[in-house]
Design a protein around this ligand. Structure first.
Ligand SMILES: NC(=O)c1ccc[n+]([C@@H]2O[C@H](COP(=O)([O-])OP(=O)(O)OC[C@H]3O[C@@H](n4cnc5c(N)ncnc54)[C@H](OP(=O)(O)O)[C@@H]3O)[C@@H](O)[C@H]2O)c1
Length: 284
């Protein structure tokens, strides 16, 4: 979709973190916005900022782990706008813990929020996009949607799922000639805002210098670029991630070795171990 002016975008996870930057970037393109997250207060704060720039914004506070609420969200978003033209599946949560100690309910939640809700929203909104003759779905995946990182199995599994969902949707759209696009955004660590920044502040961890970090504006720009140019996959990281993704497909054993040598375990490992220790101290 080249012209985004006066079109409507639904952005999940827009109460804080990267979603705020994505919402700002889409607003700057002249889009109307539907902001979604659990925190009504967080959404209204972002909405107030965007309304002050002349953007038309609606907030729909929703828990994406609630299946019925996801259905209602899709219906309400369509009914109360001229139709959702761009869906940005951005909301997500991290579950850095030793895998054998993660409560099973947390695994269910990871799948619901990080994968099922995006898939259901796409399923419910896509037919309307096709009927209107325009639309784009952006799935915010991550670098660990392309290769495995230690102590982050739920994130790796769901982010790989987001890449798979995007590839599947795109293949069907191309095969059927649908007037819709679909993109996955795969970013490495992002500073200044978002979940990695929160972990850095809480646990004092640092992304390895070998991988580097990006700014949230880069992710937001990648989303706009993906929609306007109908890009299949956009990688956001100071060192190129595409070769690592290719390597992961060709030589998975070497890729695991490389990822560990790059020091990725030093990011999620200490978080996972500290949380596990805190959780067993709480149980005893
Ligand atoms: N930050 C990074 O370094 C990084 C790197 C690669 C990919 N990503 C991806 O980028 C996306 C955004 O992450 P972020 O860093 O901005 O994370 P964040 O700061 O933790 O923000 C997560 C957003 O998702 C919303 N959310 C979480 N659980 C939800 C639920 N059950 N229902 C509805 N909304 C929910 C949160 O809002 P409420 O709490 O108000 O519900 C918040 O708006 C995620 O998909 C993440 O995996 C981030």
């Amino acid at each position: 979709m080249r012209d985004l002016q006066n079109r409507t975008a639904l952005v999940t996870g827009a109460s804080r973190g990267l979603g705020v930057y994505i919402a700002r970037a889409l607003a700057a393109e002249g889009m109307n916005l539907i902001l979604v997250a659990r925190s009504a207060e967080g959404l209204e704060r972002v909405a107030d900022e965007l309304r002050a720039t002349g953007c038309k914004v609606q907030c729909i506070p929703t828990d994406l782990a609630d299946r019925e609420a996801v259905q209602v969200l899709a219906e309400q978003a369509e009914a109360e706008s001229d139709g959702v033209d761009v869906l940005v599946n951005n909301a997500g949560a991290e579950y850095a813990m030793p895998f054998d100690q993660i409560p099973v309910e947390r695994l269910d939640e990871a799948v619901e929020v990080n994968l099922r809700a995006p898939m259901v929203l796409a399923r419910l909104l896509l037919p309307k996009m096709i009927a209107r003759g325009r639309g784009h779905i952006v799935n915010i995946s991550a670098a660990n949607g392309l290769f495995g990182t230690p102590y982050s199995e739920p994130l790796c599994a769901t982010k790989h799922g987001m890449v798979g969902l995007s590839r599947g949707l795109r293949a069907t759209a191309k095969s059927e000639g649908y007037p819709v696009g679909c993109s996955a955004i795969c970013s490495g660590f992002v500073t200044e805002s978002g979940m990695y920044d929160d972990l850095s502040q809480e646990f004092g961890i640092r992304a390895p210098w070998t991988l580097g970090t990006s700014r949230p504006e880069s992710v937001a720009r990648a989303v706009v670029r993906a929609v306007k140019r109908d890009l299949p996959e956009v990688f956001v990281n100071p060192i190129p991630l595409r070769p690592v993704a290719v390597l992961a497909a060709l030589l998975p054993r070497l890729t695991t070795w490389l990822v560990l040598r790059l020091g990725v375990a030093k990011v999620f490992g200490p978080v996972a171990k500290t949380r596990a220790a805190a959780s067993s101290a709480g149980e005893s």
